[in-house]
Design a protein around this ligand. Structure first.
Ligand code: ATP
Ligand code: MG
Length: 388
């Protein structure tokens, strides 16, 4: 047995109890591991299905000590856990990804600097931390998107600005916290790549995913041959690998890209964990992104994943529970959706649907891209998701 391999029967821990943690727990348990989740919320989606649930804050020394005591290795499902918590845990057990990599992903300014260092193209941007930096800003960056350097997700902590006046007002509105202003780019598509990098530096990847966002939130992911020009896919894979190598990364990493109308590829951001755009891998690939997360943290071999079916993922937001209008939520017609071939329903166990809240996803698989598209469009129509 290779040194440091953690075999099934051991307990694997995860910081964060959201849906990504829940799907990690399912994958770990399927492989015969016990699981522990650290999350303050008694009803967290992952806490509800884990063998152990430690209900403390992410920086609670007793909670972290209990997690370290219970587990053979720890990972995270959430990039906003304090990097210091990962560093504390790393003193007593293997932690992947490392706090240093998560710290870069937590901060858009550091993240952009890392991309530049790796030679990967980024959007023209400027860091705004002081009124002087705001005043000195190059007007060529407008119109742009002002994004808080930390704690943004699903388009939150962002403002679209057209003029220096709007920019100043938006920075005020965001509480004058450190921000990055990015030039608004003419997007043709968005895409992402999931890579998994092992302790020995082996890198494997899932196929390049084509993503459609609506209102700053991922809506649809399409993965099949021909979803993007092949040259672009190769470029995205090479860029994702260099970003992971540059971080000495161990674990699953998602790199998100913009494809511009002139065909250029620009990196947007990274997520130091499995990603919403990789969920199709649960039903369309022989190894899912969550199984890859388990393998990375346990020091198990990484074999190249193979996609066996064309796939489309539809995100199921809380809005669908209100599709009939009115304020009382009603369950969508899952029975009608599941009557369609190749539909795999994943719900996260959240009892309170809210507009914009990620409640689950639907993976659609089939034998051809045309068939998968036709089925996905039928499912979207039944659920009240706009066609794509
Ligand atoms: P998440 O973490 O959920 O992926 P986020 O809140 O971190 O989202 P971003 O990925 O930065 O936000 O932006 C959300 C979406 O807004 C992008 O997927 C894209 O559709 C659009 N967007 C962001 N930056 C730009 C830009 N510079 N030019 C054009 N569109 C952009
Ligand atoms: Mg994003």
């Amino acid at each position: 047995m290779s040194e440091g391999v953690i075999l099934p029967g051991a307990t694997l821990g995860v910081l964060g109890g959201g849906q990504l943690g829940r799907m990690f727990v399912h994958a770990a348990q399927a492989m015969g591991y016990f699981t522990a989740v650290l999350d303050p919320d008694a009803d967290s989606p992952a806490g509800l299905v884990s063998h152990h649930h430690i209900r403390t804050g992410y920086d609670d020394p007793q909670g972290l000590a209990a997690l370290a005591q219970a587990c053979a290795a720890v990972t995270t499902e959430f990039e906003n856990v304090p990097a210091a918590a990962l560093d504390t845990l790393a003193r007593s057990l293997p932690v992947s990804p490392a706090g240093s990599a998560v710290a870069i992903a937590q901060d858009r300014a550091r993240e952009k600097a890392h991309f530049v260092q790796c030679g990967v193209p980024v959007a023209p941007h400027a860091v705004i931390e002081t009124p002087a930096q705001l005043a000195a800003l190059d007007a060529a960056l407008l119109p742009g998107i002002l994004k808080t350097a930390r704690l943004g997700y699903d388009g939150k902590g962002q403002a679209r600005v057209r003029t220096p006046g709007e920019l100043a007002a938006a920075w005020e509105q965001l509480g004058r916290v450190p921000c990055v202003l990015e030039q608004m780019l003419p997007l043709a598509h968005e895409c992402s790549v999931i890579v998994a990098r092992g302790r020995d530096g082996t890198v494997v990847h899932l196929p390049v995913q084509r993503n459609l966002h609506r209102g700053g939130i991922l809506a649809v992911t399409e993965v099949y041959e021909g979803n993007l020009p092949p040259a672009l896919s190769s470029q995205a894979l090479a860029a994702a690998k260099s970003v992971a190598d540059g971080l000495q990364y161990v674990g699953v990493l998602c790199v998100e890209f913009f494809v511009l109308q002139d065909g250029r590829l620009v990196v947007n951001e990274i997520a130091p964990r499995p990603h919403n755009s990789g969920h199709y891998s649960q039903d369309a690939c022989d190894v899912s992104q969550f199984a890859l997360q388990v393998r990375c943290m346990a020091g198990l071999p990484l074999t190249p994943p193979r996609q066996h079916s064309p796939a489309i993922m539809l995100n199921l937001l809380g809005d669908l529970w209100f599709a009939h209008g009115g304020d009382a939520p009603a369950s969508p017609a899952w029975d009608r959706v599941l009557a369609l071939p190749g539909c795999h329903l994943h719900l996260y166990g959240k009892t309170q649907p809210k507009r914009g809240r990620k409640m689950g996803h639907l993976n659609v698989t089939g034998s051809t891209a045309e068939q998968v598209r036709a089925t996905a469009l039928q499912a979207a129509d039944i659920l009240g998701i706009e066609a794509f």
